[in-house]
Design a protein around this ligand. Structure first.
Ligand code: F6R
Length: 611
């Protein structure tokens, strides 16, 4: 949510920043801008995608060895040129970019207005910047000091990066609650919201912690806390290749990421699940295995697609481990004073590891004595770092805004945890355990088989693309898949879609059914299959169009459905990892057929670092 990039060093800053902004565009894309220092402070900003900024700057003087850039997802103030970042201070000497929200900006703004400040934008960022400048001028102190004083009075989340016309050799940055990575090159530094703009220049990075501030010159990085004490930068090596953040011949990141799933699930299982010996090795989980086995309850905390993974995991944990599981929207959980007892186990599920609601929810739970396990994709992210232990999903960078491969990797990790705990606890027999381990090991290959349906699904997308509503129905393990399928369609094609437990349909949504309503059933052969067939009959009786995800040879479903998509059979516990894939492809192809930007759907952003 908002991407920031900055550079200082011997290179031309603008090309580095521009490329970085394109890589971070998944975080927000309603406007973008750069500020470059070359004697003058030049700020260029433009509503729309980064390409529009680039076009505007053709032929302009963008020469500079220090600069900051931003791609925005609007919070305060509509997306337009005026509200785009960077913002310039009242004196015209400071420029700043910001990712996050300043919650007490209105009070600060009133104070500044009384002092005679005027504002060019509607943003909280411009308020913070002028607040910093006001402190700097009143105290006649260095910018670094003014930033420190200002941040102590700020409520909210931020990463800020400032440049000062009077000090063209220094970048000042600080973080609380939003992500910030500093890349360390030879006499140069790169700053970004994630590692993707940095990876091609250096693999040595520092993840800045909350309440830290950095003073950065080309050849020097000084890290301090807000108490002005020097901190030793902890340098880590990036474990990521450039190819992972490029499209690699696919038209879109979303399609690439859907097709990567056999590999990403394999990567997620590799080194952990050994089908031959029947062992599951997860060191983070082993450390807390006793507490998990004896927990009175497990609470899954997440948002969006990750929340859907939590719902599937609820069914799996309850079945295999016989532990009471609750699945919570992080945004609700963090505010409603939930009962948390010492020893409760919280599993935080997050692709980005930066989702503000999930992060704060687990911070609260941790302070009350809960054990926090993170199931996170981005290595070194905030949720990963605050968790007591956990397991990375190893899906690689997910750049398409709609989550796909992260979801199946989350399911794979959560299933492994449940298998391990259930087996060690004795609630899962050895025979069933070994059967599930072997079946899980075979999932990547079965995913490849599902992907062979892509052309068939593309044709179905053409057929159903003009629907104005869609219903997704499933039962048991596939009920959350229905929710996920509906979310994917909404996000990518802007078609209104709802997911429901198939049996719940008759309690209301069935009123929507007519000959124009496509109803997508997840009807794979599981213990609910007969019931799902009855639900299908109910839709057919009301002339709804039925599209069914089925297993091969399911003549009953074929007879009822208008269209079918065949997926391989799998144990019902594992079937969501297969049944979700046609739904991802259906959403992708419908969005594409309607002419939308499937990688950057309107109004959305990846990594939601505001609440
Ligand atoms: C949906 C989607 C979002 C995210 C949600 C949580 O396609 O991408 O619903 O799943 O914003 O994000 P993470 O998993 O990064 O915490």
């Amino acid at each position: 949510m908002c991407g920031i990039v900055a550079y200082i060093g011997p290179r031309e800053a603008y090309p580095v920043i521009l490329k970085g902004l394109k890589r971070l565009e998944y975080r927000g894309y309603d406007s973008s801008g750069v500020a470059l220092l070359n004697g003058d402070l030049n700020v260029y900003k433009k509503k729309g995608k980064v390409a529009e900024l680039e076009e505007m700057l053709v032929g302009k003087d963008v020469h500079s060895n220090i600069g900051i850039g931003h791609t925005r997802w609007a919070t305060h103030g509509e997306p337009n040129d005026r509200n785009a970042h960077p913002h310039i201070s009242a004196s015209g000497k400071l420029a700043m970019i910001h990712n996050g929200i300043i919650e007490n900006y209105s009070q600060l703004k009133q104070d500044l207005l009384r002092k005679g400040y005027t504002f060019k934008s509607d943003t909280d960022t411009e308020v913070l910047l002028n607040f910093i400048e006001d402190i700097k001028e009143n105290n006649e102190c260095p910018l670094e000091e003014a930033v420190r004083i200002a941040l102590k009075r700020i409520v909210g989340a931020y990463v800020i990066v400032l440049i000062d016309q009077e000090h063209p050799d220094t970048l000042i940055t600080a973080r609380k609650g939003s992500p910030l990575v500093i890349g360390i090159g030879k006499n140069e530094h790169f700053l970004a919201s994630d590692a993707s703009p940095i990876i091609e220049y250096t693999k040595e990075v520092v993840y800045v912690n909350d309440y830290e501030l950095a003073i950065i010159k080309a050849d020097e990085l000084i890290l301090k806390n807000l108490g002005n004490e020097r901190q030793t930068p902890f340098i880590t090596k990036l474990d990521m290749e450039l190819a992972a953040i490029e499209k690699g011949g696919y038209d879109h990141f979303m399609l690439k990421e859907i097709f990567e799933q056999p590999q990403t699930i394999h990567d997620c299982l590799r080194g952990r699940l050994d089908a031959e010996s029947g062992s599951i090795t997860m060191s983070g989980v082993t450390k807390y295995a006793e507490q998990i086995k004896n927990a009175n309850r497990i609470v899954m905390v997440a948002c969006g697609t990750s929340w859907h993974a939590g719902l599937v995991a609820e069914y799996i944990f309850e079945e295999l481990c016989r532990i009471n599981v609750e699945v919570e929207y992080a945004s609700e959980f963090r505010y409603r004073n939930p009962v948390i007892n010492k020893g409760d186990v919280i599993i935080a599920i997050s692709q980005s590891g930066e989702t503000a609601d999930t992060l704060v929810a687990i911070e609260n739970a941790k302070s009350k004595g809960a054990i926090i396990l993170g199931v996170v994709n981005v290595v070194g992210s905030s949720i990963a770092r605050i968790s007591d232990a956990g397991a990375y999903t190893h899906a690689g960078p997910e750049i398409g805004v709609a989550s796909t491969k992260a979801f199946t990797a989350q399911l794979a990790v959560l299933t492994m945890i449940a298998l391990k705990i259930g087996y060690e606890k004795g609630t899962l027999s050895q025979e069933r355990y070994l059967q599930l381990v072997r079946e899980l090991d075979a999932i990547p290959e079965k995913v490849s088989t599902v992907l062979l349906q892509a052309e068939n699904i593309k044709k179905l997308a053409e057929k159903y693309k003009d629907a104005s509503n869609c219903l997704y129905l499933g039962r048991g393990y596939n009920f959350p898949v229905a929710l996920e399928g509906a979310l994917k369609l909404k996000e990518i094609s802007y078609i209104h879609a709802e997911g429901y437990p198939a049996a719940e349909m008759k309690h209301g949504p069935i009123a929507l059914v007519d000959e124009a309503l496509p109803v997508i059933f997840i009807a794979t052969k599981d213990s609910y299959h007969e019931k799902v067939l009855s639900n299908m009959q109910e839709i057919k009786a009301r002339k709804g169009k039925v599209i069914a995800i089925i297993n091969e040879g399911d003549e009953q479903s074929i007879a009822l459905a208008d269209d079918v998509i065949v997926v391989p059979e799998a144990d019902e516990i594992l079937s969501p990892m297969l049944s979700c894939i046609p739904l991802q492809l259906l959403a992708y192809h419908i969005g594409l057929a309607k002419g939308f930007d499937v990688d950057k759907p309107r109004n959305l952003a990846k990594s939601v670092t505001v609440e």
